[in-house]
Design a protein. Structure first.
Length: 497
């Protein structure tokens, strides 16, 4: 038996609306919303998969489980997802999974870039840019990727061909792509935040943070607001429609080294040089929980199911239910021996955590990290080439304008309050009484003729006044000018006595 929970339709509030047409339309919309909620609740019975997790026996703890032990007790397909790439000569590496969790992009600090299907092992492209790479990011699909190189940001296609050189993005350090707005955001060493519209190839805006180069950058998946962590311990939130930060809050007593926001947009996690990992409520901008880390956390990542990954040095910890209650110990731990972790990201729809470090790349199995069921109309891990093309067109048609990036993205869905809507009987009615024959054809003709005559007489009056001013006697200054214009022949003129 399905348990259906629906929201209140608010039919009692609709009774106060005097406009019958508006009231009928709103009632119809409410019925549609309630039917959609019931349908979504019933379809939950058809979801075939359930997410799992590690369960320890009595006297054991899950954080003691090693990756080698987990690989032995899972099926062959899941065991293949745990692998390690040894690339010690081109590191440290930055990693980025595609939105559907199928493709992996890695970029080495010394110029090595590669894309591949990490599940099947098929290589997409591999090339060397021969200069420093600071960050990498996927664009709207697996055919386009952005690389933050030493001097500029570049865009390459799926074959490794350079398509664009973004000269406006100078010395980029961090890259963030906003998929629903088609915006590529970069933050440089000079502290400038720049938004680039990749759908039209135009620089949208560049904002000056006035706080120097940030130590960490992340985005809020719920409202596309960028969060920047600075050296003075503050976190600023930015929108391309505002030249000043939307919010500026003090989070740590030292530089903010890492940040992450969950996909609901309610919780923000920050790490600082004070060896504190704090969880903030973004709605009230208040600290909810705080954890201690042995070393300052350098990277953070949050999975689709709410698992929190934090990396410091060569260690990585995964915390479970860390947003709701204070946890005493992490869910899982792992150590990359002799390496420094440089990037951390969970793969969507998979129980996998990717680590980019100074020796290459490592894929870890984290049970319960990925969403068990996916929406094929939104993100499809098994999409074909035809479906990818259709999805690209739909995303472009449904592109959201950058002016709609705000802290509260639900404002556009709200209606005006009842106090702003005046009923019809309360409106002031001004009655006008017309006299008989006032608007006849003859009266209208005479009014037009009067306006014509008035304009014509005004022009004639102005012309006469101008002519009178020109023909007037010259001023006294003209006599002085006449005396000054005398010549030597004036002595022969007849002088009156």
């Amino acid at each position: 038996k399905a348990v259906v929970s629906t929201q209140s339709t608010g039919s009692a509030d609709l009774k106060s609306i005097a406009d019958k047409k508006l009231k009928r339309d709103l009632i119809f919309k409410e019925k549609q919303n309630s039917a959609a909620i019931k349908s979504a609740a019933y379809t939950q019975l058809l979801l075939p998969e359930e997410r799992g997790c590690l369960e320890a026996d009595e006297g054991e703890r899950t954080l003691k489980f090693k990756q080698t032990e987990i690989v032995k007790h899972v099926d062959v397909a899941s065991a293949r997802k745990h692998f390690s790439l040894s690339l010690p000569h081109h590191g440290p590496y930055k990693c980025s999974y595609s939105r559907n969790g199928r493709k992996l992009l890695i970029g080495g600090g010394k110029g090595h870039v590669a894309t591949f299907d990490w599940q099947s092992g098929s290589l997409g492209c591999e090339f060397h840019v021969k200069e420093t790479i600071r960050d990498v990011a996927w664009l709207h699909n697996r055919d386009y990727l952005a690389v933050a190189q030493k001097k500029y940001a570049y865009i390459y296609d799926g074959q490794g061909t350079e398509l664009h050189r973004l000269k406006n993005h100078i010395n980029p350090v961090y890259l963030e792509y906003l998929p629903y707005h088609w915006l590529l955001a970069s933050v440089g060493s000079t502290g400038y935040l720049k938004y680039h519209d990749v759908s039209v190839g135009k620089l949208l805006v560049e904002l000056k943070t006035r706080l120097g180069q940030p130590h960490s950058v992340t985005q809020n998946p719920a409202n596309a607001v960028l969060h920047l962590g600075h050296a003075n311990g503050t976190v600023t939130m930015w929108s391309p429609s505002m030249k000043d930060p939307l919010v500026k809050m003090l989070c740590h007593r030292g530089p903010v080294t890492a940040m992450a926001v969950d996909r609901s947009g309610r919780h923000m996690v920050t790490c600082g040089m004070d060896k504190q990992m704090k969880i903030w409520d973004v709605r009230s901008f208040k600290e909810s929980l705080a954890y201690y880390t042995p070393r300052p956390g350098c990277h953070l990542a949050i999975s689709q199911t709410g698992l929190l990954g934090v990396a410091f040095g060569g260690h990585v910890q995964v915390w479970k239910d860390a947003f709701t209650t204070k946890q005493k110990a992490p869910y899982m731990t792992h150590l990359v021996e002799g390496a420094q972790i440089e990037s951390l990201q969970f793969a969507n729809f998979e129980d996998v955590l990717g680590l980019g470090h100074s020796k290459g790349f490592t894929s870890l199995l984290i049970p319960g990290a990925g969403e068990a069921n996916f929406d094929a109309l939104e993100l499809n891990p098994f999409e074909s080439k035809r479906q990818k093309q259709e999805n690209e067109v739909k995303m472009l048609l449904n592109k959201i304008q950058p002016e709609l990036i705000t802290l509260d993205s639900d404002n556009i869905l709200q209606m005006k309050g009842d106090e702003e809507i005046k009923p019809l009987e309360e409106k002031e009615l001004i009655l006008k009484f017309k006299t008989k024959g006032r608007n006849s054809a003859k009266r209208r003709f005479l009014r037009k003729e009067k306006h014509v005559h008035d304009a014509r007489s005004e022009r004639i009056r102005k012309a006469l006044d101008a002519a009178k001013n020109n023909s007037a006697d010259p001023p006294e200054d003209s006599e002085v000018s006449a005396k000054q214009s005398a010549t030597i022949l004036d002595r022969f003129k007849y002088k009156e006595q």
